[in-house]
Design a protein around this ligand. Sequence first.
Ligand SMILES: [Mg+2]
Length: 165
Amino acid sequence: MLNKLIPRQQIATIYELVLTELWEQGIRGIITDLDNTLVSARTPLATPELIKWLSELQDLGFKVVVLSNNGEARVSKFATPLGIPFVYGARKPRSAAFHRALSLLDLEPEQVLVLGDQMLTDVLGGNRLGLYTVLVQPIALQEEGFFTRVNRQIEKLVRLLNKNT
Ligand SMILES: [Mg+2]
């Protein structure tokens, strides 16, 4: 069970995926989590950067499906404008919704990559079906990291200003 929690690959953001390499390895489809993988849980729509990445994926020939434990309203609002098929209320790591996502892709398990930020849902569920699992750092944490750095700069500045007065 524990080794089923280990992703095949670990990256900081989805943009680190080397798409051409994955294609050469035989990957043809991506089952992706939504919240904190593609955008933060509080971001309702895709960002311009994400839209560009998704069209790059499709240009290369990859099929994409969104697989989310979140509800219909959230997932549909996000995925419909992108024209990407989706499965909501997935109850990952349960296998049923992964099977549904696989049939939407119309691909074999060994051709499919799972992208997600949670070991207990995305990685475990994907590994159980023998999919190529990739764990991404949750976007909320990426952003937190960014703001922590900014805050530190501000604190430094405040100390400096205090010193000089
Ligand atoms: Mg997530």
